[in-house]
Design a protein around this ligand. Structure first.
Ligand code: MN
Ligand code: MN
Length: 469
């Protein structure tokens, strides 16, 4: 049937939104699902920033990247990386163009909301041993009770020895949990607001109930736990002071839905973008401009600290590249940054039909509709947003259109509903053109977050195209 004039005009003028899975070939669908199987196994081995840094270093090495500290000089095609204090990763593929003409950067973060053990965590009360925690990042506290938890991290002893801790992932391992009140006795608790129902000080991890067999000692259950830890790790109670022990969900990452079209997992903010960024970087051979991947720590608590995006280690890495490429000089670092362009690869909120009233449906990101560009983040009148320039947004659109890539432009939540931020503004402050560009997520910051497999693979394709421009 011949199309009517109205139909033809609509096709020409409307920006019609649809699922990326619509009219997709079987071959493409298979490629997406294969990529996401690898993504799922990455998520299962990377639940902390340290695990992500370790995984990244191995992947980079396996793909011809060298530690920049061991490299004397750099030429186009060379691949280098730097690991900042085992928690943040910077990696680069040197391009053919002069560095001063600008870099193509993509920056994600590898820390996720979680519970950290307090410095004096272990106590015994009423015959139970528990660990005190302090939550890290924005969590809804009630979501962390009555779920299986694992403990991961390091204990650094004063003699310089660092002990790795990873309990709960193996099927033989014990797991841990935070108890919640039974509904029968929760009449008072249930009258509290959702935010106040579980307090920060209620997030205590249950770790033991068996007393040490000696009538004469007090705190027998605590003693028994310390004895177990001493036998296993050679530590005493004081060693908790210099430990970084993180409590994260035990759930493995899984395919979600009858159609298997989604991924459910802990830590997809922002490891979905981090993984896609890494995979895009290692796929490059001879990019025109030098391509850089940044996997930052501490984004969830404001990008502060010497492993966060504010850290001077980032500029030192770029200066190191300039030096080793023989291209450094007066103001070259600053000029290089001012001529650079960047995708801030961080996730955004996907529209949730059950909570539709928080979104402006015309400007929300939809699961499965491809990567979401956000011109600005921030809250209440764009507060804290770096707000990408229209000309730069047009440039990014051009790259994506040229490569036939699906994408959507979104705004997180209704105006004045709330908001959020990423590392974008930190790099924009250095003179770099930056736009947020990440995977839409349902249940963001929950112990189990949901993404679309289409969007994960799409992110990889988009990042690759950006690097190659
Ligand atoms: Mn994030
Ligand atoms: Mn976040």
């Amino acid at each position: 049937m011949e199309k009517t004039n109205g139909e033809k005009l609509r096709e020409k003028l409307f920006d019609v939104k649809h699922s990326g899975f619509e009219n997709i070939s079987d071959e493409k669908k298979e490629r997406i699902f294969d990529f996401c199987n690898e993504y799922i196994s990455f998520l299962n081995s990377c639940k902390t920033e340290r695990e992500c840094a370790l995984f990244s270093e191995k992947l980079l090495k396996d793909n011809g990247f060298e530690n920049i500290e061991n490299v004397k000089s750099l030429k186009p095609g060379d691949k280098v990386y730097y690991i900042n204090r085992k928690k943040a990763v910077y990696a680069a593929v040197i391009g053919n163009a002069m560095l001063e003409e600008g870099l193509n950067l993509i920056g994600a973060h590898i820390d996720s909301p979680r519970l950290d053990l307090k410095p004096n965590p272990l106590y015994e009360t009423d015959g139970l041993a528990l660990l005190k925690t302090h939550y890290y990042g924005g969590i809804k506290k009630y979501q962390w009770t009555a779920i299986p938890l694992v403990i991961k991290g390091v204990i650094a002893k004063s003699n310089g020895e660092v002990v790795n801790v990873n309990i709960g992932e193996g099927m033989e391992d014990p797991i841990f949990t935070i108890t919640d009140l039974l509904p029968h006795l929760a009449a008072k608790q249930e009258k509290k607001s959702l935010g106040d129902g579980i307090a920060g000080e209620d997030l205590n991890i249950l770790v033991g109930s068996m007393p040490y067999n000696d009538e004469k000692v007090s705190e027998k259950v605590k003693l028994n736990i310390l004895n177990i830890l001493n036998n296993k790790y050679g530590i005493t109670e004081k060693d908790f002071i210099s430990a970084e022990l993180e409590v994260v969900p035990a759930f493995p990452a899984r395919s979600l839905g009858f159609d298997g079209s989604m991924v459910a997992a802990y830590g997809q903010d922002d490891r979905s973008c981090a993984y896609a960024t890494l995979r895009a970087l290692i796929s490059l051979d001879n990019p025109c401009r030098t391509s850089i991947a940044l996997l930052a720590d501490k984004e969830e608590i404001g990008s502060v600290g010497n492993t966060g995006m504010y850290s001077a280690n980032f500029e030192v890495f770029i200066a190191n590249i300039l030096d080793k490429a023989g291209q450094n000089g007066h103001n070259v670092l600053e000029k290089t940054l001012c001529n650079s362009k960047m995708l801030s690869s961080d996730v955004t909120s996907a529209a949730d039909p059950t909570y539709a009233d928080v979104d402006d449906k015309y400007n929300a990101a939809y699961l499965g509709h491809g990567i979401a560009l956000c011109k600005y983040t921030g809250s209440r009148g764009k507060g804290g947003a770096s707000d990408a320039n229209a000309e730069f947004v047009a440039k990014v659109r051009h790259i994506l259109d040229k490569n036939n890539l699906t994408y959507q432009m979104a705004d997180m939540g209704k105006v004045d509903e709330g908001g959020g931020g990423t590392i974008a503004y930190i790099l924009a402050n250095k003179g770099i053109d930056v736009i947020d560009c990440g995977v839409p997520v349902l249940s963001m910051h929950a112990p189990y977050e949901v993404t679309s497999k289409f969007d994960i693979y799409n992110a990889y394709e988009v990042y690759k195209a950006f690097y190659q421009d």
